[in-house]
Design a protein around this ligand. Structure first.
Ligand SMILES: Nc1ncnc2c1ncn2[C@@H]1O[C@H](COP(=O)(O)OP(=O)(O)OP(=O)(O)O)[C@@H](O)[C@H]1O
Ligand SMILES: [Mg+2]
Length: 366
């Protein structure tokens, strides 16, 4: 190899090492011959674990990936997936990726394998989901305002009539019990409407310096008293070095209350709820174009029944509930509170293993 070729080669290597896309090359026996640093981050395998292994071994659970690569090898043409494919990884959740696979040729034009390029689409998908959720809330806002207007007036009429009836009845009359029930139930519907309006009304947040550990400890204390019939073990793993964050204390208390309540309600008789807080090791972007800020994350993890995949898409939708006594507003309210704090809420769940809700809040607000 002459000097010029060597220079070229080291430039190629640097390009491959610095690319954000994962690049994996295989020979014609499907053995991995190149695995760049982005491929290691994206797949969770080190270069040592990957080199010389058959592609089908390393990605045995990602059948779509194997299908597309083999199609490229057989047809001798480049193939790009138009939809995300799921990359299954050893120790992490599946990652949505875009894939293109192209055959590799020697200088003599003989096919010698293929090169696969993977792009991590997880952040784009997360942002899309945030936008969808915001749209849903905006739509609900219009609906709620109209509904509240139509319902509140007749409710006021019913309540007034019940109170008048109560005044007309002699104190010892047993029918008074009915007027009491009517007033109570009207108040309940009223509260529900107020809650719905609250969810959709833009409300100025009352920002102050809040101590997250204290809020979490208070809410756990409250929850402990709310489920005397269950054996719930609360484990707190709070990072004492987290400084006060800028937030609305009432709203943040409500956020954690809703999440802890859901976890406790998920148990039939007993269970463990682990509450962890930490400063996120990495800087996260909130929205496109915004400066990255350090985040603090709080995880509320339970070892309950988990959420079935067909319900997972709907849990944040207002009024979606699987409980006889729930109204299905808890998580929609959580999401509103978090978006008012420029944070994010993620959920991961596994049937019969449990559910983890992860709240990320900006540590400093620019
Ligand atoms: N930790 C959890 N484990 C299992 N399922 C959960 C968990 N958290 C939420 N869910 C599911 O998500 C649904 C929606 O939750 P959400 O808090 O919005 O409403 P809810 O708890 O049913 O009623 P509300 O909070 O208004 O009293 C729940 O009915 C439940 O099916
Ligand atoms: Mg709830």
């Amino acid at each position: 190899m002459n000097n010029g070729e060597q220079k070229d080669r080291s430039l190629y290597m640097r390009v491959l090492e610095n690319m954000e896309e994962a690049v994996i090359a295989i020979d014609d026996a499907e053995l991995i011959v190149l695995f760049n640093p982005a491929a290691q981050i994206c797949t969770g395998y080190s270069e040592r674990q990957a080199l010389k292994r058959p592609l089908g071994d390393l990605f045995s659970s990602s059948s779509e990936l194997l299908r597309l690569v083999r199609a490229a090898l057989q047809s001798g043409r480049s193939i790009t997936s138009h939809e995300d494919i799921l990359l299954h990884r050893p120790l992490a959740e599946p990652l949505p990726v875009g894939l293109s696979a192209s055959p590799l040729f020697t200088r003599n034009g003989e096919q010698e394998g293929a090169v696969v390029i993977l792009r991590d689409h997880s952040q784009i998908r997360e942002l899309e989901e945030t936008v969808r959720q915001a749209d849903r809330l905006a739509m609900l806002g219009t609906l709620a305002a109209g509904l509240a207007h139509e319902i509140k007036n007749p409710l006021g009429g019913i309540k007034g009539a019940a109170q008048l009836l109560n005044l007309e009845l002699p104190p010892e009359n047993p029918l008074r019990e009915y007027t009491r029930v009517m007033t109570r139930e009207v108040n309940r519907v009223n509260d529900l409407i107020e809650e719905l309006l609250d969810l959709t009304r833009p409300r100025p947040t009352q920002l102050s310096e809040v101590n997250l550990s204290r809020i979490l400890a208070d809410q756990v204390l409250l929850q402990k008293q709310s489920h005397p019939d269950k054996q719930i073990n609360y484990q707190m793993q709070l990072d004492p070095s987290i400084p006060p964050i800028k937030g609305d204390e009432t709203l943040l208390s409500r956020l954690f209350l809703n999440l802890l309540k859901n976890a406790a309600e998920a148990f039939e008789t007993d269970g463990i709820i682990t509450i962890t807080s930490r400063i996120a090791g990495q800087y996260l972007f909130n929205k496109p174009g915004e400066r990255p800020v350090p985040m603090v994350t709080v995880e509320i993890q339970d070892n309950g029944p988990g959420i079935p995949p067909d319900e997972l898409d709907r849990i944040f939708t207002p009024f979606f509930t699987t409980k006889t006594k729930g109204c299905g507003l808890g998580l929609a309210i959580c999401q509103k509170i978090i978006s008012e704090h420029q944070g994010s809420l993620r959920v991961s769940t596994q049937l019969k293993q449990g559910t983890t809700f992860t709240v990320s809040l900006p540590l400093k607000r620019g």
